[in-house]
Structure formats: structure tokens, C-alpha cells
Design a protein around this ligand. Sequence first.
Ligand code: PLP
Length: 394
Amino acid sequence: MMAEMPNYRPETLAVRAGQERSQFGEHSEALYLTSSFVFKSAAQAAKRFSGEEEGNVYARFSNPTVTMFEERLAALEGAEDCVATASGMSAIMAAVLAHLKQGDHIVASNSLFGATVQLFNNILSRTGITTTFVSHTDPAAWEAAIRPETKLFFLETPSNPLTEIADIRRLVEIAHAKGILVAVDNCFCTPILQRPLDLGADLVIHSATKFLDGQGRVLGGAVCGARKLTEEVFKYLRTAGPTLSAFNAWVLLKGLETLKLRVEAQSANAAQLASWLEAHPKVARVFYPGLPSHPQHELAKTQQKSGGAIVAFEVKGSREQAWTVVDNCRLLSITANLGDTKTTITHPASTTHGRISPEARAAAGINEGLLRIAVGLEAVEDLQADLERGLSQI
Ligand SMILES: *Cc1c(COP(=O)(O)O)cnc(C)c1O
């Protein structure tokens, strides 16, 4: 499918890439709810199982609706291939276990999504894969952490929740000089704002649960990259089993169609909200890559198209004051999800990052007064009024 649409722009790829019509000529993508596929003969069954003939066998391996989603996302990321997974976490698990083995080592950012830190520290460590966490923003620290057994750099930019920017080009340079793979969790930007493969990264990882769905309906994940790398992810997946369901793939295909419109509109709202918060007397600090006050504002401009839809800010005070803002919201949803058309608000220190030790949290700069907003499509004025109710009580 990619070969047939090499020069189309993202808007076009988002609605067209990957579609395979059946004999019925359906206009919208079909949802194939079937766990297995029927063969014409014993000989065909044998060929399909051995891989001699391409085609579907069993939905743990492939499903036409899932394939359409994979091809559409690959087109948007500029990737040769994409493998869909049941969730963002299973995408990370699959990417790591497909390429690393016992004794291997990961260098990762110290400001990753909370569950990713848990996965590396508490689960992958049991398989003998160890991780060193280093400063997200200091390439020299990544270089210094490399060991002979280092196989992977893992990062997420902008980071969650502080929206720190890692220099993808520089980290790729350091890693590739030593034959190390670079995986970027592109959840916050989506391919609409940032395409890590264009900057030299080897693998792009998604929690499709976030912006790709964008309407808070389903879980999903994906790993994109060169086929020689995704093939290994596919082999892991077809055996270990955390594949994306056909229904979720169908929802996500429809989500991708409006991805550009949503991400751009949500980012524009976020930029407005960030400026308003920065000028607010009850706000100590705002973290938003689109603001000139952001420490990596200039770097952000070289690798992402806008500041994105996630804004973090510290209220003047601590947990009590932060919770006052949260508890006075009537419009903003109190939920940890992000990337939704409905704006959400989270207190990271007591939720998404609550299982991390207080020392590690402090080291990552996540203090008790911090709040994270994932901006949706509501009118900015209505969001401001909702936040003002709590802020005025601090
Ligand atoms: C949510 C999230 C994940 C995990 O995705 P799930 O779909 O919830 O498993 C991974 N990385 C980032 C940056 C996320 O925000």
C-alpha cells in the first residue's frame, strides 16, 4: 500500500493509506471479527502455516482490519512497517523482548511514563535485562552510561509529565556509533507533530490508547520501523500473544482519519492555555515546549511542529493546593488518560507516578504541586473558567 501512495500528505494518508476493499466494495474499512481463517485445501493450509504463502491464518498472527491499521500508521510515521499490539505497554514489552536477551542493557530516560519505569525495573530486570536511567536532557550522560552490553536507548519526548525534550538526533548519533538501537515512544507528539524515524531513530512506539484513538474508547499500541526490526517484534507477538483486537483496530483506523485535525486543534488550545497559566498569579511555573520560557524551546522547534497538547504546571503550594484545583473542576475530567478530545487533569505525584519512590520522583522533578493537563477540543475560555475556580481558592 505504501508503494502505491509515496507522495501523499499526512491528511491524505490518514484517511486513505492501508485500506483493502473486499469483494463487496465497502467504502469504509471493514471490521473482520474472526479469530481464524479458512483454507481452500490441506495444501494451502500447509503453505500458510509454513509461511510459503502469504495470508491470514489465525488472529494472533494477523487480521485484515489490524493490517489496515498497521499500514495506515506506518504510512503516517514514514515507516517501512508497523506491528500493532494490545496496548502501549505491550508495544514496549514486545519491542524490548524482540531485540534484547538476558544480560543485555538499556539506557533510558529518567523521566519516562510511570508504567514504563516499572516494566524496566521490576519485570524486565527479572529476565536479566537491566536498565540505567539517565538525564533526559543530557546526551553526555547517555554516552557515559553505555556498556559493552548496551543494546537499546529508550526515550519519550516530550517527557511525561514535565514535557522535557530529548535531542533525538544527538542521541541517535551517540547510539549508532556503538551499534545501539534507539526506540522513541512518540505518544505525546504523534506523527503529526514529530516523526522520530526521519530524525534517525530505529523504532517508534505508540500507545494508540492516547491521541491515535483520541476519544478514550480503546486500548492499543504499535511498534513502527524498518521491516528487519519489526519482523522480530511480529515473531514475539505471534507467540507471546498481546496482539491488537480487530475491533480496537477498526476504532483506531477511524481515529487516525481525524488525527491531524485533532492534534493541531488541541495543540493550539494548549498553547493558549499555557500562556494564560504562565501569567496566572497562583501558578509558580509552567512546563510547555511551545513557550519561550521552556528550557528546550529552541530544540523543540527543530524536531516537533508545535508544543503539543500536554501542559504541566506547578501551583504555588503543595499537594493540598494542587488537589484544590483538581477538586474544583467541573468540566475537566479527573483521569490519567491523555490525548482525548475531552480535557483531562491529573496530579502525577499521587496517581501516574505514585508508585515511584519519593526520592526518584523528586529526582525526576515531579513535586507535589504539579498538575498535568491534556488539552482537548473544548473552548479555551471554558477550560480557563474551570481552572480559575480552584486557582482562586489557593
Ligand atoms: C499511556 C502511555 C503508555 C502506555 O500505554 P497503554 O496503552 O496504557 O498501555 C506508554 N507511554 C506513554 C508515554 C503513555 O502515555
